[in-house]
Design a protein around this ligand. Structure first.
Ligand code: GDP
Ligand code: IMO
Ligand code: MG
Length: 430
């Protein structure tokens, strides 16, 4: 009945995984529509911390059917490892509850090697990719030479794979990188194809039928709005559409497939970024160490996929308003509110300054961000530990004031705030 698209409103790692897990309690399907194993989505259930790269986070709820949509780039090796990891932790994985779109693109070791070669060729101007072959796989898709999940069903799959490795070897050679031997890759992929065959289906038709039959579908975004290939801080972006409309093309759904649409923007209570690119509200020194954490806690700001320390800063309200418009957000979900406890004042960027001019909207979206200086508004902080709070009214007045300021900046209500990484550490505004 309802299509609920859950997207990151910043530069990724907003806590989408745990929010999808929360909403999955009320849904039938959870579907990834973009990206690949560059994503790292964490869900904490009791003592167990699940880090998911490809399989939708909703899969941890037993009634959910997980979908890997056509908009994804899927490394079959990572997928099989993740299926095994989940099964080993008592999460049932079978063709009855996990479906891979026949039209999803495949990532091969050749894509991984090319991603690394291209990054090292960029030198100090590197993008800081995750090295997971994402860019090269989407490049092949756009060039119409990519391998798709459905190709794994064909008897001549290994020949096509061999051609792809040979072709990529030519490009690797241009970048001075060593060639890959196609034979072991073909052997590896023959086994992976055998394993994955029963999971490959027409997921677009399935999701359309589910929505028409009145079921709830969650679309789980990967990365974040500011990493969108069209609308992000290009060229420091990923290679897919991370914004909510990407859920339609990335799942093969028509504009009118759902009777109701809900677009939830997940917003970390401060700002983080991993990899290169502009970040106007970035902070350094003691404050950065405080926001990032030392790395001792599983929720500290170190990459879920690569372990890299994340850059940190104050919440950027100008970019948040941009994300609200681009995604057509109907609500904000704020995560990691607990991390702000003890900081006073809390700063929020409400405008940018350039020369004598003050701007609240940017002339070219997030292009040229390096030209602007943030204008901050200081808000009062709070000292209370939020971790055990479950009722909105029990949040300190200053915390509610902070959330209300975000509502005012964006014109969109905050419906949920998380106050710790645990599944239940969520405060709902009823
Ligand atoms: P995603 O990629 O958007 O799913 O986010 P990540 O999993 O990469 O990063 C979010 C991190 O913050 C994970 O370690 C989560 O367990 C953690 N986290 C999420 N929500 C909260 C919260 O409200 N408080 C705290 N302390 N940690 C949180
Ligand atoms: P989740 O889904 C944060 C960043 C990389 C790099 C840029 C391009 O966990 O929020 P890529 O490997 O995609 O070509 O890298 O995008 N990036 C992410 N940053 N969270 C992610 O995913 C990311 N996926 C990619 O750091 O700057
Ligand atoms: Mg992440």
């Amino acid at each position: 009945m309802t299509l609920q698209v859950i997207v990151g409103a910043q530069w990724g790692d907003e806590g989408k995984g745990r929010i999808v897990d929360w909403f999955a309690a009320q849904a039938r399907y959870a579907a990834r529509f973009n990206g690949g194993d560059n994503a790292g989505h964490t869900v904490t259930v009791g003592q167990r911390v699940f880090k998911l790269h490809l399989i939708p986070s909703g899969i941890l709820q037993p009634h959910i059917v997980g979908i890997l949509g056509n908009g994804m780039v899927v490394n079959p090796q990572t997928l099989v490892e993740e299926m095994d990891m989940l099964a080993g932790n008592g999460i049932p994985i079978s063709p009855a509850r996990l479906h891979l779109s026949y039209a999803a693109q495949l990532i091969t070791p050749a894509h991984n090697a090319l991603d690394r070669a291209l990054e090292s060729g960029r030198g100090k101007d590197n993008i800081g990719t995750t090295g997971r072959g994402i860019g090269p796989a989407y490049t092949d898709k756009a060039a119409r030479s990519g391998l798709r999940a459905v190709d794994m069903l064909a008897p001549d799959f290994c020949e096509h794979l061999g051609d792809h490795v040979a072709e990529t070897n030519r490009t690797l050679g241009l970048h001075g990188a060593p060639h890959l031997d196609p034979a072991p890759i073909c052997n590896q992929f023959r086994l992976l194809a055998e394993h994955l065959k029963p999971y490959i289906t027409d997921t677009a038709a399935e999701l359309d039928a589910a929505l028409r039959a009145g079921q709830n579908v969650l679309a789980e975004g990967a990365q974040g709005t500011l990493l969108d290939i069209d609308h992000g801080t290009y060229p420091f972006v990923t290679s897919s559409n991370t914004t909510a409309p990407g859920a339609l093309t990335g799942l093969g759904l028509g504009l009118t497939a759902a009777r109701e649409a809900r677009v939830s923007g997940v917003v970390k209570a401060f700002q983080t970024r991993v990899g290169s690119g502009p970040f106007p509200t970035e902070v350094s020194g003691e404050l950065a160490d405080r926001l990032r954490g030392s790395g001792k806690n599983p929720w500290d700001e170190f990459g879920t996929t690569t372990g890299r320390p994340r850059r940190v800063g104050w919440l950027d309200g100008v970019l948040l308003r941009y994300a609200t418009r681009l995604n057509g957000l109907t609500e904000l979900v704020i995560t990691k509110l607990d991390i702000l406890t003890g900081l006073d004042p809390l700063r929020v960027c409400v405008a940018y300054k350039t020369g004598q001019e003050t701007l609240t909207d940017l002339p070219f979206g997030p292009a040229d961000l390096h030209l602007y200086e943030p204008v901050y508004e200081d808000l009062p902080g709070w000292t209370e530990d939020l971790g055990t709070i479950r009722d909105w009214e029990d949040l300190p007045a200053a915390a509610r004031g902070y959330l209300e300021r975000l509502e005012h900046l964006t014109g969109v209500p905050v419906t949920l705030a998380s106050v710790g990484p645990e599944r239940e550490q969520v405060v709902e505004k009823r």
